[in-house]
Design a protein around this ligand. Structure first.
Ligand SMILES: *Cc1c(COP(=O)(O)O)cnc(C)c1O
Length: 394
């Protein structure tokens, strides 16, 4: 199994890749079938079985999965989509790329997922879809969101990028709305390097996803006819081969993530100025990341620097879309307009978490965090637009 080089800093995340991934990839390379083919189909079938969903489509990324889902749902110019504000920018970008308008929705300050009440307040007669995010592997409040969607006749597209293998009241995250999207980026629960998946139980939506993923082509009488202007958002079989091996590890990976997360929970219990993430009552949190909230008087970015000086990589939880320059400009938002999301973006901190992290490392990170927080009180947080934290995405 690949591990970070010894003696290096404690990494935020590390993918678990081993001999199975290598031999699966070798098999594909030898076969010559390297673009989308039988391995992608096998990966999709395994995902359907695992998540108990009817259709799955492997894509080139989580972002292209989201874009395909919106396109398949017919979202376009004139439409508004309610988007969770506390997320990686891709969630909002794809709405704009479809020519529709993302209407940003604040989060529940405890669960960090879309607030159903704020979503209701922001719905208009142009609203066509809800785009909630399952934050860091924990399910959003899906019953409340599905109820709202039912009342207002909205499509629900789940951004389950971080929540592969997670569940909500016994159902897999990503399979509750009309369409669900996963990411297999290197920092997600399982990885294919880059990659994603769209899942749905709706046959018509599945047909749309299938056609749009492959340039808009449908096979008629043995030749392709291009009835639609589609995309090439296919995953390659080289990536799918990695995904198949990762899927075999899924239970072990989740168990290891949860074990380290629970150890953090215990070690950080009662730590001053640190709020540990609650596990929602409705389901298993797969802990793609372990994200704590620091009190307002703690300078989060100073904590990141202090942790780095102790050899520990940390980063912000994720972004408040409304406060990022593109969204502030396009949507006329000012930083703090969505207060819970803004607070979370400025005061959240992701700690190292991956399968293979040792208990000693979790202990060292926890002790270091207590010390770093105590040393970073009372300074003013830096303002938006300044460089934040380390490399990589959310
Ligand atoms: C990672 C992520 C994405 C984007 O996935 P990519 O595979 O990197 O394109 C979208 N939304 C959320 C919430 C994510 O965490």
């Amino acid at each position: 199994m690949s591990q970070p080089p010894r003696g290096e800093r404690i990494r935020l995340a590390w993918p678990q890749l081993g001999d199975r991934e290598l031999s699966n990839v070798a098999e594909v390379l030898r076969s010559g079938l390297v673009s989308q083919g039988p391995k992608s189909k096998q990966f999709e079938d395994l995902v359907c079985e695992r998540l108990d969903v009817s259709f799955a489509f492997a894509t080139s990324s989580g972002t292209t999965a989201l874009h395909l889902a919106l396109a398949a749902a017919g979202i376009g110019p004139g439409d508004e989509v309610l988007v969770a504000d506390f997320t990686f920018p891709a969630t909002g970008n794809v709405v704009l790329q479809q020519g529709a308008r993302p209407v940003l929705v604040d989060i529940d300050p405890r669960l960090l997922a879309m607030s159903p009440e704020d979503a209701r307040r922001k719905a208009t007669r142009n609203t066509r879809a809800l785009l909630p995010v399952h934050p860091f592997g924990a399910a959003a409040d899906m019953d409340a969101l599905m109820k709202l969607a039912g009342e207002l006749d909205l499509a629900v597209i789940e951004d389950a990028a971080t929540a592969f293998g997670g569940n909500y009241r016994g159902r897999s995250c990503g399979t509750i709305g009309n369409l669900g999207c996963f990411s297999f980026h290197g920092r997600k629960v399982i990885t294919t390097g880059e990659g994603g998946m769209v899942v749905t139980d709706d046959e018509d939506l599945a047909d749309r996803v299938r056609v749009l993923r492959n340039h808009g082509g449908v096979r008629i009488d043995g030749r392709y006819a291009f009835a639609d202007v589609g995309y090439n958002y296919r995953m390659s079989d080289v990536q799918a081969a990695i995904g198949i091996a990762q899927l075999e590890r899924l239970d072990d990976l989740i168990a290891a993530l949860r074990e380290s997360a629970h150890l953090y929970d215990r070690l950080l219990d009662g730590a001053e100025h640190v709020t540990i993430p609650p596990e929602p009552e409705w389901g298993r949190d797969v802990h793609q990341s372990y994200v704590v909230l620091l009190d307002s008087e703690v300078d989060r970015d100073a904590v990141i620097r202090e942790m780095a000086s102790r050899g520990i990589e940390t980063t912000l939880g994720t972004y408040a879309l409304h406060a990022e320059p593109a969204y502030a400009r396009l949507g006329g938002y000012a930083p703090g307009d969505l207060p819970a999301s803004f607070h979370a973006s400025r005061h959240s901190l992701a700690l190292p978490l991956y399968s293979g992290l040792t208990n000693e490392q979790v202990d060292y990170v926890s002790n270091s965090l207590r010390a770093a927080v105590a040393g970073c009180l009372g300074k003013r947080g830096r303002t938006m637009g300044e460089k934040r934290s380390s490399e990589g995405q959310d």
